[in-house]
Ligand binder design. Structure first.
Ligand code: ATP
Ligand code: MG
Length: 435
């Protein structure tokens, strides 16, 4: 029997490692969202990964998939406080905005990114730890900001080269309009009570609108025939909805009205939307959001309108793969430095630092066993690094106060260069190859 203490320990199911081979793609996506937020004047707000559980119970709503069954909640062993790993970003961001009184001098445009946790059945595009990027515009009531945040999404998909992303949009109106619709909806579902699944029967009493959000295929025909919230909207809600659509049209952003789009949070009102694709199987929603004017007050802040959206980074990356729009792999470094230990290592290290100070990316050979390795095996590493040049400093070179400069990609002859002019020579060589 092997020692059980030495058995390997695996990661948690549904929580993925990001391996170096995929890191460049992530960085590419992160850079794209950072550029996007800069282009529209949105500021970063970071919240902790753990919040007290009521933040989400109140901020997402008790009768939602997330709060009912997806949260990782636990008790703080020291003080018994109920804590939860954040399942989404909006509730925590609003908590922070209220706590720090960020809206005291007017509206704010904010963004966040980071890991989220939901206890779901892991499958393609659905994980227990996943990452979101989200934007929230707080304190703006008009349809112009709804349009702005939707345009931001469109711009991001274009930047990333995503293909086949459709925008679906709906209006949830205001509370009184939803109340009238709710009455009609309950009457309709009660008439068809035998066709409701267990979840929906429960929701019929608590939050019948959420039945429209059901993913159960057997419920779809029934949902299709249900009364449409859009038919219950008054003139103000309709005007807001039309203004958003008009601004999108002015920017050539096509959208489809989906009267069954209700979204997972309880406190959405007016505009709601999702970006969907057929290219990712069942997990086809890459991002979604909408207006949530009642939330800030519900969370204990001074009433202020708000809207935003969040995207699933894993799903977007997967769609980039399918769209063949992933960035080309870049090289590990510009220059790889080889040496033979001892004095040659000292000189190589100093040269490498000098090059880095000048903005050159340098990998210095480092032997796994701490001993010097043959130049042949070092040269293999240099080739694999994708560097344009190798700088070789052996004892013979050092004795002559020289290094060898080897062109790893072009057809240039290997040549000896004086150590004291090494930086300038390397810069000239790199500039020449990049032209
Ligand atoms: P779904 O209907 O797929 O469960 P959702 O409505 O629960 O999504 P939101 O809460 O709106 O999702 O989260 C915004 C985005 O985050 C989603 O559109 C999706 O891209 C991504 N997302 C949500 N849950 C997961 C998950 N478990 N794994 C990976 N990405 C997810
Ligand atoms: Mg979900």
């Amino acid at each position: 029997m092997s020692n059980p203490k030495l058995q390997k320990i695996n990661g948690v199911r549904g929580m993925n490692d990001l391996l170096p081979a995929d890191a460049q793609q992530w960085t590419h996506l992160e850079n794209a969202v950072r550029d996007l937020t800069r282009a529209y004047g949105y500021e970063l707000l970071k919240t902790p990964i753990v919040e007290s559980t009521p933040v989400f119970q109140r901020g997402i709503g008790e009768v939602t998939d997330i709060v009912e069954k997806e949260m990782y909640s636990f008790e703080d062993r020291l003080n018994g406080e109920q804590l939860t790993l954040r399942p989404e970003g909006t509730a925590a961001l609003v908590r922070a905005v209220i706590e720090h009184n960020l809206l005291y001098d007017g509206p704010k445009r904010l963004w966040y990114t980071g890991p989220m946790f939901r206890h779901e059945r892991p499958q393609r595009g659905r994980y227990r730890q996943f990452h979101q990027f989200g934007i929230e515009a707080l304190g703006f009531a008009g349809p112009d900001i709804d349009a702005e945040i939707i345009l931001m999404g469109q711009r991001l998909w274009d930047e990333l080269g995503l293909r086949g992303v459709r925008l679906e949009i709906n209006s949830l109106g205001q509370a009184d309009e939803r109340a009238q619709h709710r009455t009609a909806l309950i009457a309709y579902f009660e008439k068809n009570a035998s066709a409701l699944d267990a979840d929906s029967q429960r929701r019929l009493k608590t939050n019948p609108l959420r039945i429209l959000d059901s993913k159960n295929p057997e419920m779809q025909a029934l949902i299709e025939g249900a009364p449409r919230l859009l038919d219950f909207l008054g003139p103000e809600s309709l005007a807001h909805f039309e203004a958003v659509q008009d601004l999108l049209k002015a920017n050539n952003v096509p959208c489809k009205i989906n009267p069954r789009l209700v979204r997972g949070l309880d406190y959405y009102n007016l505009t709601v939307f999702e970006w969907v694709t057929d290219a990712l199987g069942a997990q086809g929603t890459i991002a979604g959001g909408g207006r949530y004017d009642p939330l800030i007050e519900r969370m204990g802040g001074k009433s202020a309108p708000a809207c935003g959206w969040a995207m699933g980074m894993e799903r977007v990356l997967e769609l980039m793969k399918v769209s063949e729009s992933l960035p080309e792999a870049t090289n590990l470094c510009d220059v790889f430095v080889l040496h033979q230990g001892g004095e040659t290592l000292r000189t190589a290290l100093v040269a490498a630092e000098e090059m880095r100070s000048a903005g050159i990316d340098v990998v210095l050979f480092c032997a796994p066993d701490g001993q010097a390795a043959s130049f042949k095996s070092q040269m293999k590493k240099a080739d694999a690094s994708g560097a344009a040049y190798a700088v070789i400093i052996g004892p013979d070179e050092l004795a002559r106060n020289e290094a060898q400069l080897k062109d790893l990609r072009g057809g240039e002859q290997q040549r000896a260069i004086p150590l004291d002019g090494l930086l300038g020579t390397v810069i000239d060589a790199l500039v020449a190859t990049s032209e």
